[in-house]
Write a protein of this length. Structure first.
Length: 346
């Protein structure tokens, strides 16, 4: 596996030089954050980002994310222009040495939590999702760092209206159309696409979500049955649904060679669809990180992996879920598990 760390570019409070000091770090996962969704990323900007990363002796082989324009998800006639741009982005990124592109197909909202700084008994703080605290983003003040900050309330209302007329099947049709166009382009360029599951993996605000469970992942992989059509397997996102058997799913999809990127996050179920994010250490959450790594190791996983969301510890403040310290601990914990597997399992 190739240990990686998400970095939000030069505006990230976490310095890239600090990431490079974490033992065993292969590369940085990043993106261009100032290009409007759906537009072309210029080769110049991609190369400038790459230069910044490689100057710190880190590889830039994974992009998270190239976002998918809402017109594509809605299946609007204007989608072809955005799909053409998406393909240009794949080509430009491939030329710069990128090998894996993470994306998601969640309508309007990316990951959703109800609180970003819940204080744990030990004084650290973390991200939580409590069903009963979910607010209506149209009428209440509710926004999160994963969302497109540029939506005004009017834009949101319009999108809600459009999605209200969409079924799960409509969303599938839109995803299939997108995949049939972009996967052949990715194959040509030697890039793999890795869809991120919906987080949390169920409909929110009455809007459909489809990448939520094994049935959805099976369907996605069969639309275009190519290694270039793969997964970002996010343990914490899929793990929020107690009905998902994370270990069995990782075993199945890694054996198929369709997991290209692992997001390692631990969570604790609070009942009724509520959950909180915990330290990566297995004892703290409901996911068994040792078992997960052992399954990947057994199946010869050589893809990318990154510690996902950490708590805020040691007085750090910054981008919720994306501080330096707890993610660095997570990376070393995972490196330790992996080293043990490497040495003991022949
Ligand atoms: C949350 C992240 C997601 C992820 C996107 C991928 O912290 O895992 O925002 O980057 O869903 O497109």
């Amino acid at each position: 596996m190739k240990m990686s760390f998400r970095w939000f570019g030069t505006s990230d409070p976490v310095k890239i030089e600090y990431i490079a000091q974490i033992p065993g770090m292969h590369g940085v996962v990043s993106a261009l954050y100032d290009v409007p969704v759906g537009e072309v990323w210029s080769t110049e900007s991609i190369l400038a980002l790459k230069q910044r990363i490689t100057a710190a002796n880190l590889a830039f082989e994974v992009v998270e994310s190239v976002p998918v324009h809402e017109d594509i998800k809605l299946g609007l006639p204007t989608r072809d222009r955005y799909i053409a741009n998406y393909i240009t982005n794949i080509e430009n990124l491939a030329r710069a040495g990128v090998k894996c592109i993470c994306y998601n197909f969640m309508p309007i909202f990316d990951w959703t939590r109800t609180q970003l700084d819940y204080i744990n008994p030990d004084g650290s703080n973390t991200l939580v999702f409590r069903n009963e605290e979910l607010k209506n983003p149209l009428t209440e003040d509710f926004h999160l760092p994963g969302w497109n900050e540029s939506y005004r309330k009017e834009d949101l209302a319009k999108l809600f209206e459009l999605y209200a007329q969409r079924t799960h099947e409509d969303l599938w049709n839109a995803l299939e159309y997108f995949l049939r166009a972009v996967i052949p382009a990715a194959e040509r360029c030697g890039v793999v696409m890795a869809i991120h599951p919906d987080d949390p993996p169920w409909d929110i605000f009455g809007i459909p979500r489809i990448i939520c469970d094994e049935t959805g992942l099976d369907r996605l992989l069969s639309v275009v049955d190519s290694p270039a059509n793969g997964l970002t397997f996010c343990t914490g996102s899929l793990g929020c649904a107690e009905s998902n058997n994370i270990e069995a799913m990782i075993d199945k999809y890694s054996r198929m060679g369709r997991i290209h990127f692992m997001h390692m996050r631990n969570i604790r179920h609070l009942g009724g669809g509520s959950f909180e994010e915990t330290a990566h250490f297995s004892n703290y959450g409901d996911l068994d990180m040792v078992k997960i790594c052992a399954i990947l190791h057994k199946n010869g996983y050589t893809g990318y992996i990154r510690p996902d969301h950490g708590r805020m510890i040691w007085g750090e403040s910054g981008k919720p879920g994306y501080g330096l310290y707890d993610r660095a601990l997570g990376a070393m914990y995972l490196n330790g598990i992996w080293e043990t597997l490497e040495r003991t399992i022949k």
